[in-house]
Design a protein around this ligand. Structure first.
Ligand code: PMP
Ligand code: GLN
Length: 445
């Protein structure tokens, strides 16, 4: 057996080296397109693989390790056995039952009559909605203001348009203990100072990943005023819109006066119904904006999976009926996560770490500067401290987390490399396993 396996491995190697040689001969000029330069590194590719390699307790990548609610699983099963059309293409810009239920649901929240066929684009997760927005709306030389820390893909997506990403950081309030994500604030002066005649859009994310900040109406109004004054678009990533805690209230910037016409609101069924693998997302905006996003969509992905859209449509119909009641999943999920968030916070506190309490979302950030470990083995590269620390934690302790400097621009990442991010949207048993690792470590075992 061993000999055969060795021989097979050798044959594969010989074949691969031939392919590589052939490619070199065929492509005597540069193989890759320039737009892939500088955007090849990806924190999820690196750290999700590392967590798998070390079979770590995974509080890294943000996904629930529990099942979606029964009603949405049933809706999916029903869709799959719902006849031949459920297995074929549907409308390119969104399955009609889904765009209708999204329009009905969100018209009530935005306070604007949303046209299901003009104002909505269904996409392969929120990722593709973001991609379509940047591709459709940002030209070479345009500037896009991104509030830091930001979900990492905004930056490469802007770069791939030929536009320029300009950063403005949320800063910890000075002179007080940073206990909550609400203590991270955006300076109106600093934001206004970044606007130039080339600025096309401001990107915000509320509730924010990784900090969990939920923007207050006054903060959104300040951003809205600048968008209106300077005629800017606002790309508002609201994938965690139902997940707020301790009375924080999610407000849609599109619902503020004068903002519907210039805001692209991005959502995700993955986060909404705890089914991240379904990859159903959407963008909602005025038809005059969505039509350009449709152009990108029709020339790239074209259709999204029919059965998953059918199931998500059922989910929204159900939530429309139950809205505000205790049976609504949009009430039940944050209630469940509120408990998990507390559990993780007390675990971190018990080992001497001070978490920044998130007002919303999936994640909790903590300062690691008090932890002294020898990281000299972790990398020969000149990596930020948090990258080295997270690698050490996976390899030496079997616990996966995410370095927070990955959510900053290269210009600012060193300033913020003393934080790591934990995902708490996990089974209690997963959180218990993480607690055990941290406790043993703090006891020197
Ligand atoms: N935006 C934010 C802030 C996210 O955290 C994520 C990760 N889910 C996405 C967008 C992408 O969402 P999806 O999985 O629906 O593509
Ligand atoms: N949004 C999730 C997170 O922040 C997943 C990201 C991803 O898989 N690219 O962890």
């Amino acid at each position: 057996m061993g000999i055969i396996r060795n021989l097979t491995a050798k044959l594969i190697l010989i074949r691969q080296s031939k392919v590589i040689k052939n490619q070199k001969i065929i492509m005597s000029r540069r193989l890759h397109a320039r737009r892939t330069d500088g955007v090849d590194k990806n924190v999820w590719v690196e750290f999700t693989q590392l967590a798998a390699d070390y079979k770590a307790v995974n509080l890294g990548q943000g996904f629930p390790d529990f099942s979606p609610p029964q009603f949405i699983q049933d809706a999916f099963c029903k869709a799959v056995s719902g006849g031949p059309q459920m297995h074929q293409y549907t409308r390119a810009f969104g399955h009609p039952p889904l765009v209708k239920s999204l329009a009905k649901f969100f018209s009530r929240i935005v306070g604007h009559e949303i046209d299901p066929f003009e104002d909505i684009l269904v996409t392969v997760g929120a990722y593709q909605a973001l991609f379509c927005a940047f591709q459709a709306l940002i030209d070479e030389g345009d500037e896009v203001i991104i509030v830091e820390p930001f979900f990492d893909c905004y930056q490469p997506m802007v770069i791939m348009t030929g536009g320029k990403a300009v950063y403005v950081p949320l800063r910890p309030r000075e002179g007080s203990d940073i206990l909550s994500s609400a203590d991270w604030v955006l300076s109106a002066e600093e934001l206004a100072g970044k606007i130039t005649p080339r600025t096309k859009a401001i990107v915000i994310n509320t509730p924010n990943n990784p900090l969990g900040k939920v923007y207050k109406t006054e903060e959104l109004q300040m951003i809205a005023d600048l968008c209106i004054k300077h005629d800017l678009l606002c790309i508002s990533d609201e994938v965690y819109e139902w997940l707020t805690y301790d009375g924080a209230k999610h407000v849609k910037i599109a619902s503020l006066p004068g903002m519907w016409e210039r805001t692209i609101t991005i959502g995700s069924a993955g986060k909404t119904f705890s089914a991240t693998g379904w990859k159903v997302g959407w963008a909602i905006s005025s038809g005059h904006i969505v039509k350009h996003m449709k152009t990108i969509h029709q020339n790239s992905v074209y259709h999204c999976p029919t059965a998953a859209q059918e199931a998500v449509a059922h989910g929204f119909e159900r939530e429309y009926e139950l809205f505000g009641s205790s049976e609504s999943y949009f009430q039940q999920l944050p209630a469940m996560l509120h408990h998990k968030r507390k559990k993780l916070a007390s675990c971190l506190q018990s080992v001497g770490l001070q978490p920044i309490m998130p007002q919303g979302g999936y994640f909790m950030v903590t300062d690691i500067s008090s932890i002294k470990v020898d990281l000299s083995d972790q990398s020969t590269k000149d990596e930020p401290h948090d990258f080295k620390f997270v690698k050490w934690l996976v390899k030496e302790k079997g616990l996966a987390t995410i370095p927070v400097s990955a959510f900053y621009s290269p210009e600012h990442s060193r300033e913020f490399d003393k934080y790591i991010r934990f995902c708490f949207v996990k089974e209690d048993s997963t959180l218990d396993a993480a607690e055990e690792i941290l406790k043993k470590w703090s006891q020197g075992k």
